[in-house]
Design a protein around this ligand. Structure first.
Ligand code: AFP
Length: 343
C-alpha cells in the first residue's frame, strides 16, 4: 500500500500529471476535478440514506428497462448539472438516459465526451452495501459539430481517462489518465481527496473469483469448465482451493480485484441470445477494463480484449472477464478450445 511521504491532493496530482508529465491538458484536468466534485456530492447524498427520504424507487424505468432508484436519478442529475457549464464537454451519455445529452447552447462546448453509470449497484442501495459511480472520457471526434451518438461509438482503447468512485466504508476515487491507476480517499471533514495509493497493481495470479453463481445453468461450456475446476479445489485440476466473492456492485468487486487481485466475470449466458451479457460496454466494461489493464491486469470478452470491441450502440452489453492476467488468459484459452464465437 502506498504511504505518501507527504499528503498529495487530487488537484496537486492532476496538476503534476499535466505539468510534469504532459499526460493531460488543462481542460481534461478541469473535467476530472469537476467529476470528482460531483462524486463527492453523490457520496454525501448516499451517506444520508434514509434520513432524507432518498431510498427506494423513483417510480419509473430507465432505457435499460430497469426500475430507477431515487438515488439513480439524483446521481445522474448531479453529474449533468456539474458538467454542463464548464466548457470542457461537447456532450454526455448515461446509463440512465436514452440518448446523448448535448451541452446546452447557452454554454460553450468543449473537446471531450463524458459517459457514466451514475450509480452502479443500485439494487444494493436499500440494503446499505457499497455502490459507486463509473465514468469514461473520450475525445469529441468532430470538433464543433452537433454531438451525435456516432461520436460516442469509439472502442475503449480510445479513452483519454476513466475512473470510478466507490461509496463504501470510505469513499474512494480510482482514476487513470493512461499512466497507471491511482486511488484517492475522501476526507469527509475537509472535503478533499488525498492520494492513498499511487499505482494500484493487480497480481498476475489469484485464488479468488467473483461471479453470480446462481446463473450457472445458463453459462457457456468454457465458463462452466473454468468454474467447475475452481470449485474442485486442491484435489481438482487446479491443485488449489479458491475463494468466491460476489457483491453485485461492479465497482466494489472490481475495486477488490484492483486492490488484491482476483478474476471478475459477468459472462454471456443462454438466457437471451440478443443480450451478450449484463454489463454495458461504454460506461461499465470499457472504463473498468482500462483501469484493470493500467494496473497490470487483463480485460476480455472471452475472445479478446474488451477495449478492442467496436461499439455498435450506446447501451450495448458485452461479456466481461477481467482481473489477474493468468486467470483471464486461461479462460480465453478455454473459449478458443471450445470454439465459442463471441463478439
Ligand atoms: P444494478 O445497478 O441494477 O444493481 O446492477 C449492478 C450491475 O450492473 C453490476 O454493478 C453488478 O456487477 C451486476 O449488475 C450484478 O448483477 P446481478 O444482480 O445479476 O448479480
Amino acid at each position: 500500500m502506498f504511504t505518501p511521504s507527504r499528503s498529495v491532493s487530487l488537484t496537486q496530482y492532476l496538476i503534476e500529471t499535466q505539468r510534469g508529465r504532459q499526460l493531460i491538458s488543462a481542460e481534461l484536468r478541469l473535467l476530472l476535478e469537476v467529476v470528482a466534485r460531483a462524486c463527492k456530492r453523490i457520496s454525501y447524498a448516499v451517506g444520508k440514506g434514509a434520513l432524507t427520504g432518498i431510498l427506494g424507487e423513483a417510480g419509473n424505468t430507465n432505457v435499460q428497462g430497469e426500475a430507477q432508484k431515487k438515488l439513480d436519478v439524483i446521481a445522474n442529475e448531479v453529474l449533468l448539472e456539474a458538467n454542463a457549464w464548464g466548457g470542457h464537454l461537447a456532450a454526455m451519455a448515461s446509463e440512465e438516459m436514452d440518448g446523448p445529452y448535448p451541452i446546452p447552447d447557452r454554454y460553450p462546448r468543449g473537446e471531450f465526451l463524458l459517459l457514466f453509470d451514475p450509480l452502479d449497484g443500485s439494487s444494493n442501495i436499500d440494503v446499505n452495501v457499497s455502490i459507486g459511480t463509473i465514468f469514461s472520457v473520450l475525445r469529441m471526434p468532430e470538433a464543433g459539430a452537433v454531438p451525435r451518438i456516432e461520436h460516442f461509438l469509439q472502442p475503449g482503447r480510445a479513452q483519454l481517462a476513466a475512473g470510478y468512485a466507490v461509496y463504501g466504508p470510505s469513499t474512494l476515487l480510482v482514476l487513470t489518465v493512461g499512466a497507471g491507476a491511482a486511488c484517492f480517499t475522501l476526507d469527509r471533514e475537509t472535503g478533499s481527496w488525498w492520494l492513498t495509493q499511487d499505482r494500484m497493481t493487480v497480481p498476475r495470479s489469484t485464488r479468488e473469483f467473483a461471479i453470480n453463481a446462481s446463473n450457472a445453468r445458463h453459462w457457456e461450456p468454457p465458463v462452466r469448465r473454468y468454474i467447475d475446476e475452481l470449485l474442485a479445489g486442491a484435489s481438482g485440476p487446479r491443485g488449489a482451493d479458491f475463494n468466491m466473492r460476489w457483491v453485485a456492485s461492479m465497482v466494489a468487486d472490481v475495486h477488490r480485484v484492483l486492490t488484491r487481485g482476483g478474476i471478475f466475470m459477468y459472462p454471456r449466458d443462454a438466457r437471451d441470445a440478443l443480450r451478450p451479457g449484463r454489463l454495458r460496454l461504454m460506461y461499465e466494461a470499457n472504463p473498468m477494463g482500462l483501469l484493470v489493464e493500467q494496473a497490470g491486469g487483463a480485460a476480455s470478452t472471452g475472445m479478446g480484449s474488451i477495449l478492442e470491441v467496436q461499439p455498435a450502440s450506446l447501451h450495448q452489453r458485452v461479456p466481461v472477464i477481467l482481473g489477474s492476467t493468468e486467470e483471464v488468459e486461461r479462460l480465453e484459452a478455454y473459449h478458443r478450445e471450445s470454439g465459442q464465437q463471441l463478439t
